[in-house]
Design a protein around this ligand. Structure first.
Ligand code: 4AD
Ligand code: MG
Length: 481
């Protein structure tokens, strides 16, 4: 007989059947009631142990964290608190767990503590819920694009280019230190190294995505990306996952429409398919709020927040309009912002983004047409505005509690303008001939964006630290296992 998953049993009414369940013990009370979890759902199944006929040596080993196989009869529960239970006939210990040493006790642990034992946190309800939602969102993203006929393109992880031109890259070279060819000053001689040129871990699959979009029409990537930015915040990782669709014949407005539709689709999917997990996370948040001082509490309900996002159009405005709002905002005038907005041209800090989203519009916002000077080289140059200021057809989507969740643009498809901009920004054109060929042969208007996957998971789970929504977080000074 194969074993039955606990999720299936908890939904079953086939009483009287013989079953085998396997899982990890959450608690064992009164030498009689085991709460068993196998990861298939957040709820445990109750197993009733007949302590009179069970060997004392087995009873002693039924400790929190131990793995067991139970054969027994599936019955409607005789006690209160659960609908069904398994009356055990035979208990096999698969893996012991020393109760003195197992760090996950049957009580609430802080997220900080769980981060220190990240190798075991999968066993907790919170992380079970978070990673199930992560899985559902990932599936929903693939479903959304495949329903629309987009082609998934696997872009390389090792590249020779810097897609963002920001220089925040991890270098790739061989590990064999003796064989790493060095110059006289001790620096690496890349000409002699494995790839014969400097290579790095990719910061974005966009440039390779553009090559494919200018053949397939609509493509998307979904892969890990790496940034060596030294930002130790609750929103930044050195390794994060990004979804980057790229569409030929799209202009900025089409790009915004697609991004808004994608975000609403995947949030709807999570609400419909992770009901138990989102309900659990909502209650976790409410509990957390209760422990805060009265005036720090927000009346935030996770499910309401997600539904609100689905029911409202995202606010769309230009950078110039946003600067005007920010300049005249209370925090700016009373100098409550850390960075005071004086002039057009300043980059927005996360405090400004959050003010716009959380205080001013109170909903998701799409900001467009940023100053050219603060955006990447590949963004399409707009006509200068009435004051002669240069902007590009960029779009950033800002979310409550998150800040920037999406960054995108219509691309500069005009060869001359693109190469001129690259030269101005010191991007070596000779190393990017392969990219420039798209503009030489059949160039067309096109656009795309990047959605930061962990920031999406943060929003949907209501978690507040990005380290808690990726199984193995990599941040400065932290790359355990
Ligand atoms: O705005 P970014 O840097 O844009 C790009 O990489 C473009 N090539 C995307 C494109 O147009 N195809 O990054 C896109 C998104 C951000 O909006 C943010 O959600 C996320 O990626 N992101 C990060 N997430 C976690 N940790 C970091 N260090 C991140 N940097 C960016
Ligand atoms: Mg960005």
């Amino acid at each position: 007989m194969t074993h039955t998953r606990i999720k299936e049993l908890l939904n079953s009414t086939e009483y009287g059947r013989e079953v085998i369940v396997k899982g990890w013990i959450k608690t064992f009370r009164n030498n009689q009631f085991l709460a068993l979890n196998d990861g298939s759902c957040l709820s445990n199944i109750q197993v009733v142990v007949d302590f009179e006929s069970t060997d004392e040596s087995i009873l002693k080993r039924l400790t929190t964290g131990a793995a067991v196989a139970i054969s027994g009869t599936f019955i409607a529960s005789l006690g209160k608190g659960q609908r069904v239970e398994v009356k055990a006939h035979q208990i096999t210990i698969l893996g012991d767990s020393d109760p003195e040493k197992f760090p996950l006790q049957p009580k609430k642990h802080s997220l900080e503590f769980l981060r220190e034992i990240a190798h075991l946190r999968f066993r907790t309800n919170t992380f079970n819920a978070v990673f199930k939602v992560r899985n559902a969102l990932s599936f929903a993203i693939h479903r959304f694009f495949n329903e629309k006929g987009f082609v998934l393109i696997h872009t390389p992880i090792i590249t020779g280019s810097d897609a963002e031109g920001a220089g925040e890259m991890f270098k790739v070279t061989t590990l064999d230190f003796d064989k790493i060819p060095q110059n006289e000053d001790g620096s690496i001689n890349f000409k002699e190294d494995f790839f014969g040129k400097p290579t790095n871990l990719t910061v974005s699959g966009q440039l390779e995505g553009e090559l494919a979009a200018l053949a397939f029409g609509n493509i998307y990537t979904f892969g890990p990306t790496f940034r060596a930015e030294n930002s130790n915040t609750t929103r930044h990782l050195a390794e994060f996952w990004m979804i980057e669709p790229e569409m030929a014949f799209y202009e900025l407005k089409d790009n915004m429409d697609l991004a808004e539709e994608l975000l609403k689709y995947v949030i709807r999917y999570a609400l419909d398919n992770c009901t138990e997990e989102i309900e659990f996370l909502k209650n976790r948040l409410l509990e957390e709020e209760k422990s805060k001082p009265q005036n720090d509490r927000s009346a935030l309900d996770l499910v309401d927040k997600l539904n609100f996002c689905l029911d409202n159009d995202f606010e769309r405005l230009t950078y110039t309009e946003a600067i005007d709002i920010l300049k005249h905002s209370k925090p700016n005038q009373k100098k409550q912002f850390k960075y005071i907005i004086e002039d057009w041209g300043a980059d927005l800090q996360s405090e400004h983004e959050r003010y716009l989203v959380e205080k001013h519009f109170k909903k998701p916002v799409i900001l467009t047409d940023y100053p050219a000077a603060i955006k990447a080289f590949y963004m399409r140059m707009n006509e200068p505005d009435q004051q002669g200021r240069k902007t590009v057809a960029a779009m950033d989507i800002l979310f409550p509690g998150i800040g920037e969740i999406v960054g995108g643009a219509q691309r500069e498809e005009r060869y001359d303008l693109l190469t001129q901009r690259m030269t101005e920004m010191h991007i070596p054109t000779e190393e990017m001939e392969w990219f420039l060929d798209t503009r030489r042969f059949g160039s067309v208007p096109h656009a795309g964006f990047g959605l930061g996957f962990e920031r999406l998971v943060l929003f949907v789970t209501g978690m507040t630290n990005i380290r808690d929504v990726i199984p193995f977080p990599r941040t400065p000074k932290n790359a355990e296992f």
